[in-house]
Write a protein that binds this ligand. Structure first.
Ligand SMILES: Cc1cc2nc3c(=O)[nH]c(=O)nc-3n(C[C@H](O)[C@H](O)[C@H](O)COP(=O)(O)O)c2cc1C
Length: 327
């Protein structure tokens, strides 16, 4: 398995903090990067579009200042997410800003386009594309993406339905580039499991909703802390694409989570009009992994927990392997 230079630097734990609509802004991304995990935000979170360049400057400057004050700290790179959907009327303008600022990692979702990949490659950046099955994975690489994010069952936001083991195994059988696993990872042990199953990194979203740096309402943060896997509802009603949402937020909106009408992809709307922003503000996205989140914390505390759990799991597995095979 080969990794490009930007993904080969040291991390506190092999985690990419995924981009989350509304929730991921400069405070969250800077806290993620300065805690030693790759941070990310959707370009669409910077509204209006003219704010995107300011955010990129702010994140770059704050991370550099932190590194200057803490020369020994691991400060990870950051990524910007582009929704490559025809309803995103900001795509070209945001791409121009991304190229101007030479964003090191671009994450593309809901569409793979060669010209987006070419634009990022023009300054030496890399593109990670998220996919929910092996066929989309093949298409993304054919169109020039450098790496893949396998979005498995249980992921927050728009999620797949496949088992992570099945999805990773199918992709790894032909792809030896950067591969990330997304879906219900909120414990360091699961980060190690993702690597054992063939991924290079875990792609973690919902766990970061519980942090004080996430741009979410206090009630949302608390619902993430209080909920578990069985409180997550899979529906396409809210955006036209299937995604995972907190049952409590659906009930609070006066809907019956067990009897939701269905929608279809023609309902998808992204871009400068605000699109799905209202739906996502009231109906709260979350993956199934949140049962292990017991309290709200800072990003630094969450990353320290993930790292400690990851190292403990690795030591325990090694000890078990030695005892079983040598002892
Ligand atoms: C509230 C929320 C908003 C999300 N918004 C986006 C988004 O705008 N773009 C995107 O590519 N992924 C988005 N995602 C999906 C994440 O990138 C990632 O696939 C997912 O959070 C990983 O699963 P987990 O939440 O179980 O850790 C979102 C996820 C959540 C929970």
């Amino acid at each position: 398995m080969s990794l490009p230079a930007i993904l080969s630097g040291p991390l506190s734990v092999p985690v990419v903090a995924s981009p989350m609509f509304i929730a991921s802004g400069p405070d969250l991304v800077v806290a993620e990067c300065t805690s030693g995990v790759i941070g990310a935000f959707p370009a669409l979170n910077a509204r209006p579009a003219s704010l995107l360049g300011d955010w990129l400057d702010e994140i770059t400057d704050r991370c550099a200042a932190y590194q200057g004050q803490n020369p020994d700290a691991i400060v990870a790179p950051f990524a910007v997410n582009q929704i490559v959907h025809r309803s995103n009327d900001r795509l070209e303008a945001d791409m121009a800003t991304i190229v101007e600022h030479q964003v090191p990692i671009v994450i593309t979702s809901l569409g793979a386009r060669p010209e987006i990949n070419d634009a990022v490659h023009s300054y030496g950046g890399i593109v990670l594309h998220d996919v929910i099955n092996n066929a989309f994975a093949h298409k993304a690489i054919e169109k020039g993406a450098d790496g893949l994010i396998a979005v498995a069952a249980g992921a927050g936001g728009h999620a797949g339905t496949l088992s992570p083991f099945a999805l990773l195994s199918e992709i790894r059988s032909w792809f030896d580039g950067p591969l990330l696993l997304s879906g219900a990872i909120a414990h360091g042990r699961s980060v190690l499991a993702a690597q054992a199953a063939g991924a290079d990194f875990a792609y973690v979203g919902s766990a970061f909703l519980s942090t004080v740096e996430a741009n979410v309402a206090d009630d949302y943060r608390q619902m993430v802390v209080n909920s578990g896997a069985s409180d997550i509802v899979y529906s396409n009603l809210f955006t036209g694409v299937h995604g995972n949402y907190l049952r409590g937020s659906i009930e609070a909106a006066g809907l019956d989570p067990d009897d939701l009408p269905t929608s279809d992809p023609s309902a998808m709307s992204f871009g400068s009009s605000g699109g799905d922003a209202k739906a996502w503000r009231d109906i709260w996205g979350s993956g199934q992994g949140i049962g292990v989140i017991e309290q709200s914390s800072t990003v630094a505390e969450l990353v320290a927990r993930l790292r400690s759990e990851y190292l403990t799991a690795r030591d325990e597995l090694t000890a078990r392997w030695v005892a079983e095979t040598v002892g």
